[in-house]
Write a protein that binds this ligand. Structure first.
Ligand SMILES: [Zn+2]
Ligand SMILES: [Zn+2]
Length: 163
């Protein structure tokens, strides 16, 4: 838990930095995302009257699966504009974990991309177009089988059934 004891804040803002277990994110197994190590936070706690203002940055390295080419890749989630106000926090110890968790979850992109210009996968041959060349354009299409002179009629199927 990331806690800030307001009793430790003097006239100057208090630097609160450290690491936190990424388990607080409670990521589901189908999130397509695996944290690499711990959450790094670097916060500044300031008293404004009776209220506690917490600003700063939070970072977490993750391994994600690209939504286009389906390859795993590493990226860093970062929140550079953490800003939370806790009213009437004077003299208390404030747990900011939930808000930090939410900041990070909101920083998750809707679709992960290994790079802004990921070329994705060819829907024809399944090649990863970032590393392979698509081969479906080169191969000549197989000649489709010659059409049978007569389309089978549904009655043929019926008459083939033995009663
Ligand atoms: Zn990709
Ligand atoms: Zn292809």
């Amino acid at each position: 838990m990331i806690k800030i004891n307001t009793n430790h804040i003097g006239d100057l803002p208090l630097v609160v930095d450290g690491t936190e277990d990424s388990a607080i994110l409670e990521l589901s197994s189908d999130a397509g995302l695996t944290p690499n190590g711990k959450i790094h936070y670097n916060l500044l706690a300031t008293m404004t009257g009776m209220d506690l203002l917490v600003t700063g940055t939070v970072k977490l390295a993750v391994t994600a699966i690209c939504g286009r080419c389906l390859e795993e890749f590493s990226m860093e989630l970062s929140v550079k504009d953490v800003c939370h106000l806790y009213e009437k926090a004077e003299g208390q110890e404030i747990n900011v974990s939930d808000d930090i968790r939410e900041d990070l979850l909101l920083a998750l992109p809707l679709v992960f991309k290994c790079s802004p210009d990921c070329k994705g996968i060819c829907t024809g041959c399944g090649a990863n177009l970032n590393t392979e060349k698509c081969s479906c354009g080169k191969k000549k299409k197989k000649k489709s089988e010659p059409e049978k002179p007569d389309d089978p009629s549904p009655w043929d199927a019926l008459s083939a059934l033995k009663f």
